[in-house]
Design a protein. Structure first.
Lengths: 222, 223
């Protein structure tokens, strides 16, 4: 037996899980049997750890180098600057003209709905649509119990959505205050090192969205 | 079918005129899942879906390639090759697995192949290779069926090695990755990295073999 055969035979229990099964295990979507196999199989443990490290992205110490690589990738992927494409300068002019027409059209439509300036000279500012201070975010020493955000004037309720890293919806609910206690069933699915994305959208009395937060990320790092 | 909406983010009305905080943008793109973006691209061929999709994975693929190669120039080349492979295979993605897992499998397999191709055969710096530990026990090899030899080896490995040693042995001897790559992939913080674990694993396995051989020579199996 060569050393590769020795190591392969010794470190696998056989019937190893596929990457999809390992991902399902990481997402908490799989049977106890699979978890039991992984507990005793070095091959599956290793693959699982590598998959998790990929999904979690760069570590703190890797950030700078990864940003450099990303910049190079973005340059290479969009290597041909748009203004050098066949339609060139003429296209630039046409695009600007079209944008101008679109902007004017939208402006006129919007101004019809705009809150009028009061006679006293006071200026009304249409509310920004960004919900402020959504928490939690970043690495957390324990699983969060609560999500909070700044209240939005005129909001009747808030729709909160938790997603996995690929934006598959994990859980969604509606509350009528600017905080939310996470149910235990949801907290159970917040596995260590698993990145969770979430956002909150404020809605008015007609159910129309009036503001939303940027997508926040957090993960439980024990 | 998902609908795209053009959302005007905010508008500030001032005495002097109108100022846009942001231009009209397609806000729905952010809320599409990866699989929905792939489906959209497969249906329309429009590059913007790929741009959004790839934008979500630049950091992860870059980090992975950086851990494999150890330097950012090589990592950038590796990552570009990975994205080219992903782009060429997008039409064949059927949604049977999660898109992120699919991307990972392409990145993993490509980078592992490249790492193996670039590395020389693992050089044993002092000490014995795993194979030689068994080969010197020629009477063991002769007398045992292959299945029994494998089971015995499993027993030695599980008894003697700790989880990190097992993972290092797996990645170095089975996946044939260089030790510096293994060190980065497993985020080993000790001074010598994966090499220290290989040396320690070999020492422990040698001890197990010798113990077993001593018992076998006396007509029994060691426990």
């Amino acid at each position: 037996m060569n050393e590769r055969e020795i190591a392969a035979a010794a470190l696998s229990e056989g019937n190893c899980l596929s990457l999809d099964d390992l991902q399902a295990l990481a997402d908490g979507r799989t049977a106890e049997l699979a978890a039991k196999h992984v507990a005793s199989c070095t091959r599956c443990q290793t693959e699982s750890a590598l998959l998790a490290s990929f999904q979690n992205g760069p570590t703190q110490s890797e950030q700078q180098d990864v940003k450099w690589i990303e910049t190079r990738l973005r340059k290479r992927w969009g290597a041909r600057p748009w203004f050098r494409r066949p339609w060139g300068f003429a296209g630039l002019v046409l695009t600007c003209a079209a944008s101008l027409v679109l902007a004017v059209g939208l402006l006129r439509q919007r101004s019809a709905d705009a809150i009028p300036i009061r006679d006293s000279g006071e200026i009304d500012v249409l509310r920004s649509d960004a919900i402020q201070n959504p928490l939690p975010a970043g690495d957390l020493p324990q699983k969060p119990r609560e999500l909070t955000w700044s209240p939005v004037p005129g909001a009747l309720d808030y729709e909160v959505t938790l997603m996995q890293v690929d934006r598959t919806i994990l859980w969604s609910t509606t509350v009528n205050q600017s905080s939310l206690t996470l149910p235990e069933a949801v907290r159970t699915r917040l596995l260590p090192y698993k990145l969770i994305r979430w956002r909150v959208t404020a809605r008015d009395a007609r159910g129309k969205p009036i503001a939303s937060s940027a997508i926040q990320n957090f993960r439980f790092v024990p | 079918m998902l609908e795209e909406t053009i959302t005007i983010r905010s508008l500030r009305v001032e005495r002097e005129g109108l100022t846009w905080n942001k231009y009209p943008i397609l806000s729905a793109m952010e809320s599409f899942s990866d699989e929905a973006l792939v489906e959209r691209f497969q249906a329309t061929g429009e590059q913007r879906y790929v741009n959004e999709l790839f934008g979500r994975y630049y950091a992860r693929v870059s980090a992975w390639c950086y851990r494999i190669s150890g330097n950012r120039e090589s990592a950038a080349d590796l990552a570009q090759e990975v994205f080219i492979k992903i782009y060429r295979s997008l039409y064949s993605f059927r949604g049977n697995s999660k898109f992120g897992t699919w991307v990972y499998s392409i990145a993993r397999n490509h980078c592992f192949s490249e790492a193996r191709a670039k590395a020389a055969r693992p050089i044993e710096e002092g000490g014995e290779s795993l194979a030689s530990l068994a080969a010197t026990q020629s009477d063991v090899q002769d007398s045992l069926e292959r299945d029994s030899a494998e089971k015995l080896m499993q027993e030695f490995v599980h008894r003697a090695l700790n989880p990190v040693e097992k993972q290092v042995v797996l990645l170095h001897y089975v996946d044939e990755l260089p030790l510096d790559t293994v060190t980065r992939l497993l985020e080993l913080k000790n001074q010598s990295g994966a090499k220290a674990f290989i040396v320690s694993a070999r020492r422990k396995l040698k001890a197990e073999f010798e113990k077993w051989n001593a018992c076998a020579s006396q007509g029994g199996e060691s426990r």
